[in-house]
Design a protein around this ligand. Sequence first.
Ligand SMILES: C[S@@+](CC[C@H](N)C(=O)[O-])C[C@H]1O[C@@H](n2cnc3c(N)ncnc32)[C@H](O)[C@@H]1O
Length: 200
Amino acid sequence: MSDAAAWDARYAGGVFAFGESPNRHLAAQDWRLRAGMRALALGDGEGRNGVWLAGQGLEVTSVDWSAAGLAKADALAEARGVGLRTVVADLVGWEWPVGAFDLVAWIFMHLPPEDRAVVAAGAVAALAPGGLLVLEGFTPAQEGRRSGGPRDPSLLWSATLVREHFAGLEVLECLEGTVMLDEGPKHQGPAEVVRAVLRK
Ligand SMILES: C[S@@+](CC[C@H](N)C(=O)[O-])C[C@H]1O[C@@H](n2cnc3c(N)ncnc32)[C@H](O)[C@@H]1O
């Protein structure tokens, strides 16, 4: 089973694995958002974040390699009465639009190191000057916790990795520590994360 197929299987059924409300770190950036901004939601899964951004008046493109996830994203957008462009693609081989987005949301997408570097470079290229990257991911301290995240430690984020991968961006916020997650059945309870906001 490919990884995309594994995500399709996780997204089968009516329950939203990470809920229908946006990630709290992303939602906390609402004061930075303006209607008409162009947003790219990476690994957007069932679309909770892309749909929320669209509800703020942004023009949103959601990319994920799970067709099942993005079908639910389309349905959620329709139910909320907002427009959402969904693209089923492996971000590692994606043809990245250049300078095309004012916001890139990278929420809980954990990739193997080589892929992470490729996708990070694509995300930076996709940002327009002044554009924002909002990222949240689990850190190695998450090991042993039951609130989500990959088992393979090489997939995990850290504040150091964020600064390395996005060295060309200005760091507006970058915090690593313990938060309480309440995001659908898959992300519940105390969790160890990095939360960052960077500007091109
Ligand atoms: C933990 S889920 C998070 C989903 C969403 N960002 C959220 O916060 O609700 C990780 C997502 O990344 C997607 N993903 C992982 N690797 C990918 C890749 N190489 N290309 C596209 N999507 C990918 C998965 O399909 C999955 O939907």
